[in-house]
Design a protein around this ligand. Structure first.
Ligand SMILES: C[S@@+](CC[C@H](N)C(=O)[O-])C[C@H]1O[C@@H](n2cnc3c(N)ncnc32)[C@H](O)[C@@H]1O
Length: 260
């Protein structure tokens, strides 16, 4: 590709949002069904840690929920707030670290659907995140957490690709695993995002690290934050009628965590 930049896809919120924001309907329906089925309180206020461009947060805000969020990336935060403003919603997203934050008003539900939690590189950060979430949530509140687990009974998926188009803008991405450092439990991932417009072609060459979890590593982490319990588990088909029992072959899981 002629024009290649080494950068983070998170610094290009428009392209990120097109890739991952074009089909939020299933996640949106699932979240609403979870609130109705599993929350021990009425859900009015929703928080998204690591909200990025706020693809789901905006939709929930437009439906009448009071929404807020945080993200480390100021470009994503600006993008999200600008969109909230466009829909006459308050600009409630802030730059912040999901492993160490406080909220002004407690929320009744939260969500983190596609692995952002795995950006937290250490056990200390992950525990910090769950503590902050539990402290910021009302009793009976829910945290819907979607992650890819490392399966123990079959090989893990090694690559994924996505494609999206809006008008003349086309974005294709390819992500692959470069391997896992067993000492740190960090998986090194490569990501290429190819952007096409009638006048421009560009490749964003990105690299990221995700902490790996198998089911027992996740359970031992959760034990450290006794304020949270697992209400149910699902998979990425987002079918509320079909809870998923986690096994050694499970790769994607949505934990429905509830504040005791
Ligand atoms: C895969 S994106 C997900 C964005 C959004 N949650 C979604 O579902 O589209 C991951 C996001 O996590 C953010 N992030 C990474 N580490 C973070 C941290 N420690 N605290 C807050 N945000 C973080 C990145 O800036 C990025 O916007």
């Amino acid at each position: 590709m002629s024009n290649q930049v080494e950068a983070s896809i998170y610094d290009y919120p428009k392209y990120y949002d097109l890739l991952f924001g074009s089909d939020v309907a299933a996640e949106f329906r699932f979240l609403k069904a979870c609130f109705a089925k599993h929350a021990g309180c009425e859900v009015k206020r929703i928080f998204e840690p690591a909200c990025g461009t706020g693809r789901l947060l905006i939709k929930l805000g437009r439906t009448g929920y009071e929404v807020s969020g945080n993200d480390l990336n100021p470009k994503a935060v600006d993008f999200c707030n600008e969109r909230l403003r466009r829909y006459d919603l308050p600009e409630t997203v802030v730059v912040g670290d999901m492993s160490n934050f406080k909220v002004k008003k407690k929320f009744n539900a939260a969500f983190n659907m596609i692995n952002s939690f795995r950006h937290l590189a250490t056990e200390k950060q992950a525990v910090g995140h769950f503590e902050c979430m539990a402290n910021g949530m009302t009793k009976g509140g829910l945290y819907v957490l979607g992650i890819h687990l490392e399966p123990t009974a079959c090989p893990a998926m090694q690559e994924e690709s996505w494609s999206a188009r809006r008008g003349n803008l086309v974005v294709n991405s390819y992500m692959w695993s470069k391997g896992i450092d067993r000492k740190t439990r960090l998986e090194h991932l490569g990501l290429h995002v190819d952007v096409f417009t009638p006048t421009k072609r560009m490749r964003i060459v990105d690299h990221m690290e995700y902490r790996t979890y198998n089911q027992s590593q996740f359970m031992s982490l959760l034990k450290k934050v006794p304020k949270l319990e697992i209400a149910e588990t699902y998979d990425f088909s987002y079918d509320i009628r079909n809870p998923h029992v986690v096994s050694g072959t499970t790769e994607d899981v949505v934990y429905i965590l509830r504040k005791k």
